[in-house]
Design a protein around this ligand. Structure first.
Ligand code: AMP
Ligand code: ZN
Length: 453
């Protein structure tokens, strides 16, 4: 039985799918810069969600969007477009920036061993559908026009504040002086922005007889409408999305189509690094490549993420990353042992399955931390390990390949030589194995071998 915490109800609920296929939507990245490790926190936990659904025999249809347009630097429909900013920084066009960073993202996704989304949707492929959505919102009386663009009138939606438990009066009182030139209520937001004479905005489309571009919440409600149909089962994102982005996606869907957007909403919290937020000025915007240059693989980082829970802030340190790397190495050493037993070196491995307990932990609102503790403290069969790898996507099995019996015998002979302090023989065997493409890592649990290519 799968239980998930639902932000919409603020309760942990038994998951009940709406139909035969579980529809999942993940708010994806804005493709304007190299992703940092904080960005991968969310995608790791949503990858775990999809893998967990599949392990529970649900069919899943998952959409990931790529924000390649119209995402302003602030949530308040102000500031610079992130893609325009990237283009200026790198002396390229916005289209080149989007192309390049989509490539970077997809390469990083593969490196993180995420299951590919069934549909990857680019915001720029949905502009006409965005316009149709604005037409509908307008026809239904939810928008008004200002010199800045088409705005959503949040006062027209009685339940607007419910999802995020917003204090609208407080928001209004705290709003910046002068906002009323652009919009009527502090919580109103642009569904379409106009581009004025002389304004430097390369991505532009004609709508209502003038150039403009969509407001940034619109792509998600549009893509869900076009690709999945409302309501979907599960909508995921970061906690930062709750008060503005997701609240506004819900409002747009209500105003355009009169529908509920999603049944379950899941949000992961932020990670800090050495107790600080991730920021350029602190020099801690680490990418996967930065981790690699310090000797940590994407799987080590994924192990670190899965060692904690998706809710609640987590603090990243290189010491804790090293602990995660060791944990994964230990697991691989245990898998290597399983291969050894299965190859008939000793009596056949005969341990009861503990996978049900591992899955039960994860089924409890994705408690991967507890699942990891169970794995640490149990003897798993090779079959169980294969299921753990399918559940976590940690490349445990592919990074720990089975090897020929003759090589096992050499490794055992070397273990014995080392036990007798016959280092000459032990080194000879190491060299011999290296010639067969097999390298060894000595470890308190015994040597771990891996293909050296
Ligand atoms: P961006 O591509 O910059 O819009 O970022 C995408 C998402 O990554 C954000 O909306 C957050 O949900 C997530 N994110 C950014 N920083 C962190 C962090 N430090 N920890 C966890 N998630 C983060
Ligand atoms: Zn979204």
């Amino acid at each position: 039985m799968l239980k998930l915490y639902n932000t919409a109800t603020r309760k942990t609920e038994v998951f009940k799918p709406l139909g035969d296929v579980v529809k999942v939507y993940t708010c994806g990245p804005t493709v304007y810069a190299t992703p940092h490790i904080g960005n991968f926190a969310a995608y790791t936990y949503w990858d775990l969600l999809v893998r967990t659904l599949k392990m529970n025999d649900y069919k899943v249809l998952r959409v990931l969007n790529l924000t390649d347009v119209g995402h302003l630097v602030s949530d308040a429909d102000e500031g610079e477009d992130k893609l325009e900013k990237g283009a200026k920084r790198e002396g390229k066009t916005v289209w080149e920036i989007a192309e390049h960073y989509i490539d970077v993202y997809l390469t990083n996704y593969a490196a993180m061993e995420f299951l590919p989304a069934d549909i990857v949707a680019r915001a720029t492929d949905f502009i006409e559908a965005d316009m149709r959505a604005v037409d509908l919102m307008t026809a239904n009386g939810f928008t008004y026009e200002t010199q800045d663009g088409i705005y959503f009138d949040t006062s027209k939606m009685p339940s607007y504040a419910d999802f995020a438990r917003l204090d609208l009066d407080g928001l209004q009182a705290g709003a910046r002086v002068g906002f009323s030139d652009k919009k009527r209520n502090a919580s109103d937001f642009a569904v379409w922005k106009f581009i004025h004479e002389g304004e430097d905005h390369a991505m532009r489309w004609d709508y209502l007889g003038r150039p403009g571009y969509p407001g940034w919440h619109l792509e998600c409600s549009t893509i869900i409408h076009e690709e999945l149909g409302e309501p979907i089962d599960i909508h995921t994102g970061g906690v930062d999305h709750i008060p503005v982005h997701h609240t506004n996606e819900i409002a747009e869907t209500y105003a355009a189509y009169g529908k509920e957007l999603a049944r379950y909403w899941m949000h992961c919290d932020f990670i800090t690094i050495d107790g600080q937020k991730i920021s350029k000025s602190l020099g801690n915007v680490y990418s996967l490549e930065d981790l690699a240059s310090r000797g940590f693989s994407p799987m080590d980082y994924k192990m670190w993420l899965l060692s904690g829970h998706y809710q609640g802030t987590r603090n990243f340190t290189f010491d804790s990353l090293e602990a995660a790397r060791n944990r994964r190495a230990n697991w691989r050493a245990k898998i290597a042992k399983c291969y050894q037993l299965n190859n008939g070196d000793k009596e056949k491995s005969d341990v009861a399955s503990v996978f049900d307990n591992i899955l039960a932990a994860v089924n409890n609102n994705l408690n991967s931390a507890e699942a990891c503790a169970i794995i640490d403290n149990s003897d798993l069969s090779l079959d169980d390990w294969k299921k753990v790898d399918a559940l976590f996507g940690l490349r445990l099995i592919t990074d720990t390949p089975d090897i020929a019996k003759q090589s096992y015998e050499l490794i055992r002979e070397r273990d014995a030589a080392r036990a007798e302090k016959d280092f000459k023989r032990s080194d000879e065997i190491r060299d011999l194995l290296l010639k067969q493409g097999i390298a060894l890592n000595d470890n308190p649990n015994g040597a771990i071998w891996y293909y050296n290519n």
